[in-house]
Design a protein around this ligand. Structure first.
Ligand SMILES: Nc1ncnc2c1ncn2[C@@H]1O[C@H](COP(=O)(O)OP(=O)(O)OP(=O)(O)O)[C@@H](O)[C@H]1O
Ligand SMILES: [Mg+2]
Length: 299
């Protein structure tokens, strides 16, 4: 209690300083995070694959001793060189593949299989080509055994949210890349997961569509308060979207650095990208990635 009084007094002082309101906003973000509970805990996780060809078996160490804790409602991006194990990590959080050692906990419980609290938007669009857009979104609800009428209603609701209402009877090949991505997002959101796992969801669309989808995702995230783990190769995208950015080393992937994004929300795309802190942080991540690659080559 006494601590809280101090905190309020400190914030009042901050408010009166030049630029104080912005600092206050940032402090609020940090305060909220400190109060939020830990939802995903990745503890010293390692993973190797074994590939047998003819007589010999090759071991590929994908991830080594990865630890990362993510709070409820947090937006965390993971960035790292190709092949460093990002998709592998996401699949393990989803429960699609097992890990060799360490532990992954969701809300305190160890992950052993996929569950209704998690949904994935994959690197490729992964829509079923023989089903219409509506039937694709309904698909994830079929898996959850929702009755037909409720499925259609929920699917339509989410298609509306991603701006695809007019295309519910189209097949995936009749949609643009950005629209397919929106359909994939609607399918993941429709099951109302607490945790949204996204694997380079906007990698295959043009720059303009990508920026639009990023803005839409932030709006959805802000209104629905999901916890998002987002894999990307784009520093700009990671900083714009996230509360924190995790930089990984080349394979075997390790956590090189975890960076806070000190930008207030809501973030207006054009303004944020011109902010000095945005530019500094994207440059810093680039340097951090380069350093991780150089150190790897020296090993
Ligand atoms: N099922 C599998 N069997 C064998 N090796 C695998 C399997 N899945 C992944 N790997 C290997 O594990 C390593 C990490 O792969 P992963 O797909 O996680 O990388 P990534 O960081 O997502 O790369 P990218 O940025 O290119 O998508 C790679 O060397 C890959 O060849
Ligand atoms: Mg990948």
């Amino acid at each position: 209690m006494v601590q809280n009084v101090h905190a309020v007094q400190d914030l009042q002082t901050v408010k009166e300083l030049p630029g104080g309101l912005q600092v206050l906003n940032e402090l609020n973000v940090l305060n909220n995070l400190n109060q939020a509970k830990l939802l995903v805990e990745i503890q010293s996780v390692s993973k190797s694959f074994h590939k047998t060809f003819k007589e010999s078996t090759m071991e590929i160490k994908a991830l080594a001793d990865v630890s990362l804790s993510i709070h409820e409602n947090e937006f965390v991006s993971i960035i790292g060189p190709s092949g460093c194990g990002k998709t592998t990590l996401l699949k393990m959080i989803d429960g699609l593949i097992p890990y060799d050692s360490g532990r992954i906990l969701i809300d305190g419980r160890q992950v052993t299989a996929p569950g209704p609290d998690r949904a994935v938007v994959f690197q490729a669009f992964a829509l079923l080509p023989w089903r219409t857009v509506l039937a694709n979104v309904e698909f994830s609800l079929e898996l959850r055994r929702l009755p037909k009428e409720a499925r259609t209603k929920t699917a339509r609701d989410y298609l509306k949210r991603v701006g695809l209402s007019d295309f519910e009877n189209h097949y995936p090949h009749e949609l643009s890349g950005g629209m397919q991505q929106r359909a994939g997002l609607a399918r993941a959101l429709a099951v109302n997961p607490a945790i949204l796992l996204m694997d380079e969801p906007f990698g295959a669309v043009d720059a303009q569509t990508r920026q639009l989808l990023q803005e839409e995702l932030l709006e959805l995230w802000q209104s629905q308060r999901k916890t998002v783990i987002f894999i990307t190769h784009s520093m700009d995208e990671a900083v714009y979207l996230s509360d924190r950015v995790v930089v990984m080393t080349p394979r075997p992937g390790k956590v090189a650095e975890i960076l806070d994004v000190p930008l207030p929300r809501p973030r207006v795309s054009g303004e944020v990208r011109r902010d000095g802190k945005f530019v500094d942080l994207t440059n810093y991540i680039w340097e951090s990635l380069k350093k991780a690659m150089e150190n790897h080559h020296l090993e």
